[in-house]
Every structure is written in structure tokens, then in C-alpha cells.
Design a protein around this ligand. Structure first.
Ligand code: UTP
Length: 294
């Protein structure tokens, strides 16, 4: 049988971003910059570096800035050209040249599962990646690439997972898993079950589902048959639980550092860490931080 490849990456970005109000009242959270690059661009670059050549962004009302960001900006390019700001011109062009980006609108924010279901027509009958842009992952090998390597071997859905200690596990989908023998060592598990946001005492493990998924197209029928769950939303976790009854699914403990930039403190930490890593800003910024009377 011909091996399936992951070529398409879906970015659900139709959520309301309530944790980041008022910044997100008239601006999508995906466009908040980490240093000088919008959050969603980190995710798109990760998807491209992992072999995806088609990007699909699920948008909603008030998300126009995302489309503009990946589009050509003639006026800006002209002005930079005239003023001989060629370095900046290169940066601006590289974004619109980047890749083919398509958009589908989710008319109402009916949940992450519903947003993924919106991708059905564009994805068709092939495996695809889902990236939640506000999980920005700093890694030597891009997180999605690590997962693609598992997918290439197993040809099954793969979820990225992270160990979360203590009560914070209740903020996540949580996995019940069993170990598997594989070249991926103790990073790979077979998924037995999953629950969305369990109470700490009910959590089946400390393995949380984070914002990176590789899913087979069978997920679409599952989502279409998933009843509305917690909060009146169609939950992706509920759809994946149905998928689990049909197919094997794997969880992979990725290597890297995740920042939850949809959360204010997470965003601040990510900003500081990314700025410190920058060649042009790292040294003066470090000096500045050291001089603060904390
Ligand atoms: P979140 O749980 O982070 O929700 O959604 P949110 O609305 O974006 O942010 P808060 O919690 O209110 O601050 C997880 C991902 O699912 C997308 C979001 O855009 C985010 O990437 N999503 C969520 C949709 O695309 N549609 C929905 O109906 C819900």
C-alpha cells in the first residue's frame, strides 16, 4: 500500500481569545507579536519546515488581519523599494511568498472540533496536521516534524503530548496510554482513552494533549457524529475518542519548549525568552533585565 504523507496543515483561529481581552477585542490573538513576528507565523513556519505545503486557516469575524498578513502588501513593498530598505523588503516579501494559504470561515465559534470539521472539504481524504497557533514550540527539530516522523512509520493519528505535573492537568485533554515497543523509545505511547479537562483526581495520567495533532481523515466522520459537549461546544477530544474506536492512535512526548501564548503570563515569558535568544536584541535586553530592581 502506498504510504500516506502529511502535506496539509490546518490552523483553527476562529476562537474569541477571551483570555487576552482587551487586546483581542478588535485584533486576533494570532496576530499578537512575539518580539516582532505574529504568533501564527511561528506556527506556519513550523508546518512548512515539517513538510506541509498547503496551509488552511480557519477564521471567523474580526480575523481579517491574518489574511492581510499572509497577502501581498503592494503599497508597503513599493515604499520600501523606493526608500531602498531592501532588508525589510525581503522580510515582507518572504511572508507573502511563503506558501499557498487558504481560508475557511467558521461562522460561529462552536468549538475546536467544529473548527476542524470546517476543514473537511479542503483536506479531503488524506492525513493532515492541526496546529493551535498559540502553543508556540521552540525546538531544535520542529515539533510537527518530530510527529511526522512517527506518522511516516505508523500511518496512524499522532498527538503531541507533554507531562504536566499537579493540578494544572485539569486545564487539558488528558491521555490514558500504554507503552509501545518502537524506535522512538519511551517517547511513544499507544492511546487507550482520553478525557477533556478532568478533575486532578480523575486524570488517567499526567500526559496532556497540547496544540499539535496529526489526524487521519476518518476524524471528519467522527466529528460529524459527535454530540455537542462541554460548554455547548463540539469538542475535538470527543471526536478523537470516537476515532479511537476505529483506529489506533499514538501519543508522542515531543522534545522542545512550549509557550502558551494565549495566556498573559505565558505570552510574557515567551516574549522574554525569544527576545533573549535574538542576535540583535539578546545582549542589550539581558543587560536591561539585569539592571532592573526586582
Ligand atoms: P481556545 O480554547 O484557546 O479558545 O481555543 P480561544 O477562544 O481561542 O481563547 P480563550 O480561551 O477564549 O482565550 C483553542 C483553539 O481553537 C480555536 C481557537 O482559535 C484556538 O486556536 N477555536 C476555538 C476555533 O477555531 N473555533 C472555536 O469555535 C473555538
Amino acid at each position: 500500500m502506498k504510504k500516506m504523507k502529511v502535506r496539509k496543515a490546518v490552523f483553527p483561529a476562529a476562537g474569541l481569545g477571551t483570555r487576552f481581552l482587551p487586546a483581542t477585542k478588535a485584533q486576533p490573538k494570532e496576530m499578537l507579536p512575539l518580539v516582532d513576528k505574529p504568533i501564527i507565523q511561528y506556527g506556519v513556519e513550523e508546518a512548512m519546515a515539517s513538510g506541509c505545503d498547503q496551509i488552511l486557516i480557519i477564521t471567523g469575524r474580526g480575523k481579517q488581519a491574518i489574511e492581510d498578513h499572509f497577502d501581498v502588501s503592494y503599497e508597503l513593498e513599493r515604499m520600501l523599494e523606493d526608500r531602498k530598505k531592501l532588508d525589510l523588503l525581503k522580510i515582507v516579501r518572504s511572508i507573502s511568498d511563503m506558501i499557498h494559504v487558504a481560508y475557511v470561515r467558521q461562522k460561529e465559534a462552536l468549538g475546536l472540533g467544529h473548527a476542524v470539521l470546517m476543514a473537511r472539504e479542503m483536506v479531503g481524504n488524506e492525513p493532515f496536521a492541526v496546529l493551535l497557533a498559540d502553543d508556540v514550540i521552540d525546538a531544535k527539530v520542529p515539533c510537527l516534524q518530530q510527529m511526522v516522523e512517527v506518522f511516516d512509520q505508523k500511518q496512524c493519528s499522532v498527538l503531541a503530548t507533554q507531562v504536566i505535573e499537579g493540578k494544572m492537568i485539569s486545564s487539558y485533554g488528558v491521555l490514558d496510554v500504554k507503552p509501545v515497543d518502537s524506535p522512538f523509545g519511551d517517547r511513544l505511547f499507544e492511546i487507550k482513552n482520553m478525557v477533556e479537562k478532568p478533575r486532578p483526581e480523575d486524570a488517567p495520567s499526567n500526559l496532556a494533549i497540547i496544540g499539535r495533532y496529526i489526524l487521519t481523515p476518518a476524524i471528519f466522520d467522527c466529528l460529524a457524529n459527535t454530540p455537542t459537549g462541554a460548554g455547548g461546544e463540539l469538542q475535538l477530544t470527543d471526536g478523537m475518542r470516537l476515532l479511537l474506536q476505529k483506529e489506533k492512535m499514538y501519543a508522542y512526548v515531543y522534545e522542545g519548549r512550549r509557550h502558551d501564548t494565549g495566556d498573559k503570563l505565558g505570552f510574557l515569558k515567551a516574549t522574554v525568552e525569544f527576545a533573549l535568544k535574538r542576535e540583535d536584541l539578546g545582549d542589550p535586553f539581558r543587560e536591561y533585565l539585569k539592571g532592573l530592581q526586582l
